[in-house]
Design a protein around this ligand. Structure first.
Ligand SMILES: *Cc1c(COP(=O)(O)O)cnc(C)c1O
Length: 244
């Protein structure tokens, strides 16, 4: 009996995830249609604090790119999925703060790191990326609101770090990521995201078409982000529900 009840709960959760993804994809299509600055938005599922079963449910609903914030939790899930026999190929993004003593395990398991803000971290990831893997895709994290609680580069620090990363053979610079300050109003968000778009365009002018990713917008601010040109949104809550 208990088993049956557990299965029903799991089935309900899977259905909720599928419904959430379908609703989000409709919203993303509408927003992309409205936006003057983007014509294609990748939905990145932020699975932190959610179990492997939830990741599989999202993958079965058509998502292929997942993101984690905490190194050990992320690596544990990547390995658990592989060992579960799940064969759908998934792409993994690391989006959290990264300390230098954790870079090796990130270089060995993830496909992207979106939270690069220091040369030392870039250098270690470049050195530690295994030879038999593709170059690690990298975004530079920008603290666009100059928020003292957030990590990330000041806008004027983007060019020097981009130059360094672009010379690392095992890293591939793809663009920029930002997290806005909490509790800002819609106008402020639009302004901050628009400043990100300017920085992104400058980066494209310097490095060309390899710069193809502007990662901004989460469950609460994806609307403003897409209207200002995001082409990747990082969504947790609106897919998986509240985290504990
Ligand atoms: C948790 C997190 C997200 C997702 O946030 P939601 O509000 O749950 O959509 C996106 N980006 C980063 C960097 C995060 O840490």
């Amino acid at each position: 009996m208990i088993k049956v009840a557990e299965n029903q709960v799991a089935e309900k959760r899977e259905q909720a995830i599928a419904d959430n993804i379908a609703a989000l994809q409709r919203q993303l299509a509408e927003l992309t249609e409205q936006s003057q600055f983007t014509d294609n938005v990748t939905l990145l599922a932020v699975s932190k604090k959610h179990p492997v079963d939830a990741i599989i449910a999202a993958a079965e609903s058509g998502l292929h790119q997942f993101a984690e914030n905490y190194v050990q939790e992320g690596v544990d899930k990547i390995i658990a999925l592989r060992e579960s026999g799940y064969t759908q190929p998934l792409t993994w993004h690391f989006i959290g703060p990264l300390q230098s003593n954790k870079t090796a395990v990130v270089a060995e398991h993830f496909d992207w790191v979106q939270s690069i803000e220091r040369e030392k971290i870039a250098r270690r990831l470049n050195e530690q990326r295994p030879d038999d893997m593709e170059p690690l895709n990298v975004l530079l994290q920008v603290n666009i609101d100059d928020d003292t609680n957030k990590s990330g580069l000041a806008p004027e620090q983007v060019n020097p770090l981009a130059k360094y990363v672009s010379q690392c053979p095992n890293l591939k610079l793809r663009g920029l990521m930002t997290i806005l300050q909490a509790n800002t109003d819609e106008t402020q968000r639009r302004q901050s995201f628009a400043r990100m778009r300017q920085l992104y365009l400058e980066l494209q002018q310097n490095y060309g078409a390899e710069i193809d990713t502007l990662s901004m917008g989460m469950s609460g601010d994806m609307r403003q982000a897409i209207l200002e040109g995001a082409n990747m949104v990082r969504i947790g809550t609106a897919i998986f529900g509240q985290r504990e």
